[in-house]
Design a protein around this ligand. Structure first.
Ligand SMILES: Cc1cc2nc3c(=O)[nH]c(=O)nc-3n(C[C@H](O)[C@H](O)[C@H](O)COP(=O)(O)OP(=O)(O)OC[C@H]3O[C@@H](n4cnc5c(N)ncnc54)[C@H](O)[C@@H]3O)c2cc1C
Length: 445
């Protein structure tokens, strides 16, 4: 990569937003540079991921001042590397609210991600019990659409700790395609700001190996995620970015049965879609008590997960008798409140309405767990968790309909562009949104 080169497109970030646009743009033969904060990471497993990906360089989790844990991965592939493989299509209500038609792009995204339904034969004993429990209450759980090649899946439930068999789709596939198409890739490069001239984007400034570099591009596409993008925008003079934040918060719930548990079962193999439209809830069987344990240890303040805390978390995890534990969660569409500051801190607490949704979800999930055989005395509420940071540079406010900012030729294509949260897994929508922007950029180049 030569610093003298002027790229047609510079794409910042390699999550679903950035990787898709890099793949599509590089196909058009234009010179494309992909800039990624993190390294190529190929580790898998609970301990490695917890200590190397889920915590930052200061060994801290990303937790808001209101005690909401925010999952994200700053490595090649972004959070697709740690995603659960869910590839759900949001209800039409959302796209009406957005006034955006993504139907053809969603179809194309489904093909690219080889979306298929979770197969019956991989559904575990504990999940089957929860399906039965829900059914006894008149609630039908449906197989979850996944971007997983089930011929390679061993149902180990390690998706969120890096898929060990390569069954789960990640954006590494798109990045590889973009590089094959001729795109350059710069890893370990932290973009600080966009360079402007006469109101137009001209390039980026980034830090690599301890020094600052600039590189020129005719069009800049920020896809640094719901937390990363608003920071770059603020540093570039767009102060409205990051004012407002949503993240599809959920609070898991766990309980013990006499005879069955969800240990090592694929989480969210099925889900309930009946509460999506009216209650804006996405309930599903869930078995990741890790963050609840971390909360027990740290009080869920943004403390360092130092060696002692790591060992305590590990010891606690081992004590969980997941062989008899079943669990549920329900993502909510939280309100867009708070802010992402350019020092990386996030100000966000649940509003009264959010808490009401969380409580309603808790009651639904509790009833299901009890109907599935969980002892009501053992029911435990988890921590506030999330992994869908979004709405920090929304279309209609910070971006125009073509996802362009007030700085000409500076675009955003990631979850920060969402006008409102989905309240459900966003990857498919992100891929679709980036496909739409790619078409626009190619048509107008
Ligand atoms: C544990 C977990 C499980 C999930 N499971 C699912 C699921 O099953 N299905 C689903 O649809 N969604 C899931 N999600 C959510 C989904 O992964 C994210 O919503 C999605 O990855 C967001 O895509 P993005 O392109 O907006 O940003 P990201 O995926 O966050 O990518 C942003 C990229 O930008 C890079 N970056 C950030 N700042 C800079 C900078 N300054 N300079 C250069 N690069 C930068 C980051 O390193 C990262 O690679 C999950 C999330 C988590 C945390």
């Amino acid at each position: 990569m030569s610093n003298k080169q002027i790229y047609d497109y510079i794409v910042v970030g390699t999550g679903p937003g950035g990787a898709t646009i890099a793949k599509e743009l590089s196909k058009s033969g234009k010179k494309t540079l992909i800039v990624e904060y993190g390294p190529k990471f190929s580790g898998t497993g609970f301990y490695k991921l917890l200590t190397k990906v889920y915590i930052d360089e200061n060994k801290k989790f990303l937790i808001t001042d209101g005690g909401i844990w925010i999952g994200r991965a700053r490595i090649l592939g972004g959070s697709s590397y740690i995603a659960q493989g869910n590839a759900a299509t949001p209800p039409n209500k959302i796209f009406k609210e957005w006034d955006i038609n993504l139907s053809s792009e969603l179809e194309s995204a489904k093909k690219d991600l080889r979306v298929n339904f979770f197969p019956q034969h991989l559904i575990g004993e504990g999940t089957r019990r929860v399906i039965e429990g829900a059914k006894s209450l008149g609630l039908e759980m449906k197989p979850t659409p996944k971007c997983v090649d089930f011929s390679k899946c061993v149902g180990c439930n390690n998706c969120m700790y890096g898929c060990p068999t390569g069954a789960k789709w990640t954006t590494l596939e798109f990045i590889e395609e973009a590089v094959t198409n001729g795109a350059d890739l710069s890893l370990n490069s932290s973009v600080r700001k966009v360079i402007k001239e006469n109101g137009k984007a001209k390039g980026i400034q980034f830090e690599k190996n301890g020094s600052l570099h600039t590189i020129e591009g005719k069009n800049i596409i920020l896809s640094a995620g719901g937390v990363g993008t608003p920071i770059i925008l603020q540093n570039s003079g767009i102060s409205e970015a990051g004012k407002g934040f949503a993240t599809d918060v959920f609070e898991p719930i766990f309980g013990y049965t006499k005879d069955v548990g969800m240990a090592n079962e694929h989480t969210m193999a099925v889900h309930l879609d009946v509460f999506l439209e009216d209650k804006e809830l996405f309930p599903a069987p869930y078995m990741y008590p890790t963050m609840t344990l971390v909360k027990d240890i740290t009080g869920f303040k943004p403390v360092k997960l130092n060696t002692i805390n790591q060992l305590r978390a590990l010891a606690k995890t081992r004590k969980v008798k997941a062989k008899r534990m079943i669990g549920m969660m329900a993502k909510i569409r939280d309100e867009i409140t708070g802010e992402v500051r350019n020092d990386g801190t996030i100000i966000k607490s649940l509003t009264k309405k959010d808490k009401e949704k969380i409580d309603e979800a808790h009651e639904i999930n509790k009833e299901i767990l009890i109907a599935s055989g969980a002892n009501p005395e053992t029911i435990k509420r988890g921590s506030y968790e999330s992994g869908h940071p979004c709405c920090t540079a929304p279309i209609g406010k910070v971006l125009d309909k073509n996802q362009e900012t007030e700085i000409a030729n500076l675009f955003v294509s990631d979850a920060s562009a969402f006008p409102s949260p989905l309240g459900m897994p966003p990857i498919l929508t992100l891929v679709a949104l980036s496909k739409k922007l790619s078409k626009y950029l190619i048509a107008n180049s």
